[in-house]
Structure formats: C-alpha cells, structure tokens
Design a protein around this ligand. Structure first.
Ligand code: AMP
Ligand code: GLY
Length: 424
C-alpha cells in the first residue's frame, strides 16, 4: 500500500522508519520530511494544515493510508476530510482532537466521567482570573498552574510559585502571548509527584496499550533550566507499574473513551495520557492526541514493523482482536539540540560523523531539524537529532546511545548526559 506520513520531525522519522520495515508498505511519502527521512522515503511539499490540499494530494498519489503526526493538522480537521473522501487515516477527528486543543474541554470530560485530575477553573475575564490566584495564595502556600486554553505549541503552561508570577502569567496570556489560545485561561491546582506518559491506541471503542515512557522536559541536567519540547525519553517507564497501568485504564482512559463516544465524537488514534503519580495513585495532567516527540522514537524502536499493523487496525476498528508482541527490551533516545535552544540558536552548523554510524533495528539516529545544503548535513531547527538505541536493559540501551552521541562530530550541538536517571 501507499502510505503518507504528515510531519517532519524526529517523531515522523521514527514512524516512517517503523512503517518502512513492514512488507505491507510499498510506497512511503512524508510531507514535509527532513534530511534523515529523505534517506528512507520520498519527501513532498504539502501544507498539512489544509485538509482539502491533503485530500487532493492523496488522490493524485493514490495514497491508501495517512498517518498524521502532529496536532495542528488534527485540530484543523485533516482526519475528517480524509474520512469524507474515503481515505483511511490514523488520527482523531477535529472534535475528538479537542482533548488536546482545549484544556477546558479535557477538564469537562474528566469531570463528566469521574477521571481524577487537578481541580480547575476557566476564566475569560482577566480581573476574575487574578482575583482567583490572589485568593489561592492567601489561603495556601502551594504553587498554582496557569494554562492558555488552546494550542500553544507546548509553551502555554506556567507553574507559578508566587502570586506575582501567577498574575504576570494571567496578564501575558490575556494580552495575547499565545494568540487566540490565551483568550480563555484555565487555572488549576498544582499536583506534586512524578510524571510519566502512557500511550494507548483507541478505535472509537476498544483500547490497546502500546507502551509507557518518560520524557525530560527541562533543558539542563538534573531537570533544571527552562522547559523544552523534550530532551530525551525512555521506555518503559518503571514508575508506571502493571498495577498503575490497570488503574489508569480503568479510572481515566476507558471512562474518557466512553464519554467521547457518548458525546458523539468517538476517539480514534493514539491517545497519550500525561500522568502525575503520587503515593501509588495517578492523576491526569493532560491528554495529547498524537504520539509524543521524542517519546515516539522510543516506542517505534520497541514496536518496529508491527506499528503499521496496529495503526491500520486502529483506523479500521479492529483493535479488539489485536495484541502487541513485546520483547523484554528497553529503548532510550537522547536529543541533540543546537546550542542556545530553547532560547535563540544558530541554524546551519554542519553535522559530521553520521555516515559512518552503524544503524540497525537496535540503533538509529532519527533526524528532527536537519537539512542538506551543498551535500552537507546541517542543523535547521532547535532539536536536531534523536540518538536512539535499544537494549536488554535501560543501562545497555543508554550506553549504546551515548556511544553514538560521542561519535557525532557537531560542535554546534549539545545534549543532556543524564537521560534515564530516574529509572537507573
Ligand atoms: P501540559 O501542557 O498540560 O502538559 O503542561 C506542561 C507541563 O506542565 C506538564 O508536563 C507538567 O510538568 C506541568 N503541569 C501542568 N499541569 C500541572 C499541574 N496541574 N500540576 C503540576 N504540574 C503541571
Ligand atoms: N514530549 C512531549 C510532547 O510530545 O508533548
């Protein structure tokens, strides 16, 4: 079959790499792709946020199956348009994608189905929001969390430690720091604990767990410094024990899936539950309606070719009969970023040493922000390479990944040296 993957980051390189290993895949196109993806697939130019253009592209290229990587095309209704055109796609409808595109919507769904999450309130009036945070800090010494309601590319969340920080966050959001996303603001209770991510496939009705992972959001070692899109990840996350996974399925995910069906917008695709774990209990921090980036890199490394079969079964409503075949393995990915990220960084620095890198089903350098200029591989984004390895233990996977990092000659880049520390 002919398969189109939408997106061009490390997540999509990992998806394309897994899909390509499956004999069902004849032709693989990725739009827009990147320099690493170009080595295993055709890259195409296409505005993925325009549903009609995606449909036309699929018709012109006889695409049988579309895998939608990022959230923006999902929120824009690309999956709806493909369904209408009779083209199979992996990813939720725009209505179901509201589980990521509106934080207030997710909170309403949680309340309706009894899923445990932080106490919350939504504001459209800045004065009321500020009065709310002032009252909170008068009554309690705990931080409070201020969130732009809409999509803000992962940047619309402020964990405020003081009343001044909280008021400043409220003012910035209403002043348009996140555009339309901040016209409505959700303020919620701060949850303490350890964060972990749980990934399930949902076909509207049935839920199939496909792995756990832990991300490293801060730029600096020991989880310090500003937040990023993610500096590394590993799978499985031992903090999400079998018992906790059962608890999360029964109390959070299955009730959510049932509530979405009840509302007439059944969820189809991968559902990524960001969880806070404290004293043996998990609460929902947020849902994402796509694979995580860089979490997809470790999940795809562990799933390999079966990822395509699972995504097809998900799209076709056949998850009830599916099982994941698991190896007793661990995977880790180390993000190499351009110096300066997540602040200002330089583009165009040359990366050497990748051609000699042994790559196989245990070791892969997935590309995030790379391009080819005059035959040279150069950095073209903030997060640039995802150095990924699998092993019989997390330690073995980690040693393999850092050995690859050390073989990459890129003075313009840096990485955290402590990915996986919580689990080791
Ligand atoms: P979100 O975009 O909702 O995932 O928020 C980004 C990050 O902010 C999360 O991964 C958490 O680290 C943190 N966060 C969000 N909401 C809360 C909360 N209620 N309590 C503690 N931390 C939170
Ligand atoms: N790595 C976090 C995310 O994809 O949202």
């Amino acid at each position: 079959m002919n398969i189109l993957v939408l997106g061009g980051g490390g997540r999509e390189h990992a998806l394309a790499w897994a899909i390509k290993q499956n004999p069902k895949c004849d032709r693989l196109i990725v739009a827009p792709g990147n320099a690493g993806i170009a080595e295993i697939a055709e890259c195409a130019t296409l505005d993925a946020a325009k549903p009609a253009l995606v449909v036309r592209f699929c018709e012109e290229n006889a695409v049988d199956f579309v895998v939608i990587g990022p959230e923006a095309p999902l929120a824009a209704g690309v999956a709806d348009a493909l369904a209408e055109a009779g083209i199979a796609a992996f990813g939720p409808s725009a209505a179901a994608a509201r589980l990521e595109s509106s934080k207030a919507f997710t909170k309403e769904v949680c309340d309706a189905c009894g899923a445990p999450t932080a106490a919350w309130a939504r504001f459209t009036d800045p004065a009321e929001a500020k009065a709310h945070v002032r009252a909170h800090f008068e009554a309690m010494r705990a931080p409070i969390v201020v969130k732009a309601d809409g999509l803000a590319a992962g940047k619309g969340v402020v964990v405020a430690e003081s009343v001044d920080d909280a008021v400043a966050a409220v003012e910035a959001m209403f002043a348009g720091a996140f555009g339309e996303a901040g016209a409505s603001v959700v303020i919620e209770e701060f949850m303490a604990g350890e964060e972990a991510s749980f990934f399930v496939l949902v076909d509207g009705e049935h839920v199939l767990p496909i792995g756990t992972a832990q991300d490293h959001k801060r730029v600096g070692e020991g989880d310090t410094g500003p937040n990023t899109g993610g500096m590394g990840a590993y799978s499985p996350a031992p903090v999400l024990t079998e018992a906790l996974q059962e608890q999360v399925l029964a109390r959070i995910i299955e009730p959510t899936v049932a509530e979405m069906a009840r509302r007439g917008s059944p969820y189809r695709g991968v559902l990524y539950a960001g969880l806070m774990i404290d004293a043996g209990k998990a609460r929902l921090v947020e849902y994402n309606v796509r694979f995580g980036d860089p979490e997809a890199q470790v999940l795809m490394m562990r799933l390999g070719a079966q990822a395509l079969d699972l995504m097809l079964a998900c799209a076709e409503g056949r998850l009830k009969d599916c099982a994941v075949s698991w190896a007793e393995d661990h995977a880790i990915t180390v993000v190499m970023a351009a110096r300066g990220y997540p602040g200002d960084y330089e583009k165009g620095s040359e990366i050497r040493g990748l051609d000699a890198m042994p790559e196989d089903s245990w070791r892969m350098v997935f590309h995030a922000g790379t391009a080819r200029r005059d035959g040279k591989l150069v950095a073209s984004g903030g997060r640039v390479l995802n150095v990924t390895a699998r092993g019989d233990s997390l330690q073995a996977a980690r040693d393999a990944a850092y050995a690859m990092v050390d073989a990459i000659d890129w003075p313009g880049g840096f990485c955290r040296r402590d990915i996986g520390w919580r689990a080791l």
